[in-house]
Write a protein that binds this ligand. Structure first.
Ligand code: NG6
Ligand code: CA
Length: 514
């Protein structure tokens, strides 16, 4: 049993057994997360980019607060999402690196999650979109032809319509409430991350079958003319159509809103844009002038507009907190020849920041972030507060009146005043991680990158990782692009930050005060 503390009476049972919502609960704000994939700080026009126009995100930003110093907890998807949904730094847990498509459930059912928290406040909870935190209790031997359990329902989500992992990983199917959507038992789904299935073509051996070629990796099973990571056979009726992923997910998210006009809800809407493979719908093809990557940014903006329009149409816009962000920084060539590099022009996905996805430098984790709560928080604000997605849990707990169980969300800090612009300052200190699990500490204007192993530069994606065997220290106020390493000059600062980071890592510092 999960131990929870609820501050007010929430649910009343009718004679039919259907949970009815009390007045106190009904008045609680709905919460919608719009969580992009690989969209960088410089990828949205609300952050000053003039090479792309994303009006719906601008509209959201103008109606609330835009953050310039919000971080994902990690520079890749799985650890970022793990941290965001549990309030625990992912580097504290083994097995939270980029997950295969057939990984077992990474967040264990016993763990108290963001969705559990909303359930304890009497909310209905839903997740739509990219999951990438594993499913089921088997690592690599998942049976996709039956109920997949444990699943997101065991983590507090009542409703789910998800992609198990990423667009570039098999199985290329949607999972709806723990079952593959359009499953056909006469054509069972088989998945392996070790061996191909006899006779099945691959991108490596059958490039003539491809409509989009890999630039690195991504040369295994071919689905819809695109080779992926991992091998898959069967499930023809269940396969998603890449150009329709955004539309399908957006429809499901809007459907969830439509069915929750009278009950408080939490919706985690995780788009696949602009992750690879980038296959936008025909409506967006050629619209950005930057090829599929830019077109997917426009498609993302469209999805945002659909959510905002639906909230308005349903009369939910005044009582809904909308938070938009991205799981990690941007990457241009992430493994497919989709002309993202050739057509980039002057567009700077990372903005002024160094690095990108996978990186410990700022662009790895400093991501777009906007929060809006119409009528409740001031419009048109900009905040430089240092905050992290990991803080949504403790911060929102206050808003919805839940006291988190003692062991829950150990690294999440409650900063609702900062999220709403009433406070200028956010966190005192924040730890971020890159793809090689190297860590950096952000504190005020200082950033300390702990020495660690791994290559300094990943040629295939053209990104500097921030890995170095030497300590690095940057003054982000004077040098936001991290060009001057001050570790040798500011020895005292470096030593204090090094020590503090070690304290956080071994748990002596930073336990939140609930
Ligand atoms: C990498 C993939 C990349 C992307 C990433 C995960 C190769 C060569 N590269 O391993 O394309 O899928 O994993 O991205 O396979 S994330 O945003 O979901 O973390
Ligand atoms: Ca990502």
């Amino acid at each position: 049993m999960k131990k929870t503390y609820v501050l007010c009476p929430l649910l009343l049972l009718t004679v039919t057994g259907r949970a009815q919502v009390s007045e106190a609960t009904r008045e609680k704000p709905n919460v919608v997360f719009i969580y992009a994939d690989d969209i960088g700080y410089g990828d949205l026009s609300c952050n000053g980019s003039r090479t792309i126009h994303t009006p719906n995100v601008e509209r959201l930003a103008e109606s609330g607060i835009r953050f310039t110093n919000v971080h994902a907890a990690a520079a890749t998807s799985t650890p970022s999402r793990y941290a965001m949904l549990t309030g625990e730094y992912a580097w504290r847990r083994q097995g939270t690196g980029i997950a295969d498509g057939d990984a077992g459930l990474i967040i264990r059912p016993e763990r108290y999650t963001m969705a559990d928290m909303f359930k304890d406040a009497g909310y209905d909870t839903g997740v739509v979109g990219k999951w990438h935190l594993g499913l089921g209790d088997k690592q690599g031997t998942q049976d996709w032809n039956q109920v997949i359990t444990p699943g997101v329902r065991d983590l507090g989500f009542d409703y789910s319509f998800i992609m198990a992992a990423t667009g570039d990983r098999v199985p290329c199917v949607f999972v709806h409430n723990d079952m593959v959507e359009n499953l056909d038992l006469s054509d069972p789904i088989q998945v392996s991350y070790k061996h191909n299935f006899p006779g099945e073509p691959t991108g490596k051996d059958n490039p003539e079958l491809l409509r989009m070629h890999p630039s690195h990796g991504h040369n295994q099973s071919i689905i819809n003319g695109i080779s992926r990571i991992g091998y898959m056979k069967g499930g023809k009726k269940a396969l998603w159509k890449d150009e329709k992923i955004a539309e399908t997910l957006t429809e499901k998210a809007v459907g969830f809103l439509e069915s929750h006009q009278d009950r408080p809800f939490f919706l985690y809407f995780a788009t696949q844009d602009a992750h690879v493979p980038r296959v936008p719908d025909a409506r967006f093809v050629g619209k950005s002038g930057m090829g599929p990557r830019g077109d997917c940014l426009l498609q993302f903006d469209w999805s945002v507009g659909q959510i905002l329009d639906a909230l308005k149409r349903l009369g939910l816009d005044k009582n809904t907190i909308v938070i938009l962000s991205s799981d990690n920084g941007p990457v241009v060539d992430d493994g497919y020849k989709d002309e993202a590099v050739e057509l980039l022009g002057n567009h700077k996905p990372s903005g002024i920041y160094r690095g990108g996805k996978y990186s410990l430098f700022e662009a790895g984790t400093r991501v777009p972030c906007v929060l809006s709560w119409k009528g409740r928080i001031k419009q048109g604000q900009v905040s430089d507060a240092l905050l992290c997605q990991i803080d949504w849990m403790a911060s929102l707990a206050e808003v919805i009146g839940v006291r988190l169980p003692e062991s829950a969300a150990p690294d999440s800090e409650a900063h609702w005043e900062a999220w709403t612009g009433k406070e200028k300052e956010g966190r005192n200190a924040l730890v971020v991680q890159n793809a090689q699990n190297n860590l950096a500490l952000l504190m005020g204007k200082w950033k300390y990158l702990r020495p660690g192993r791994g290559e300094a530069y990943i040629r295939s994606v053209n990104i500097e990782t921030g890995n170095s065997s030497d300590a690095q220290l940057y003054d982000l106020e004077k040098d936001p692009s991290e060009t001057m390493n001050l570790a040798e000059k500011e020895v005292g600062v470096k030593a204090r930050m090094e020590e503090l980071l070690e304290e956080i890592v071994d748990g002596r510092y930073g336990l939140p005060l609930y």
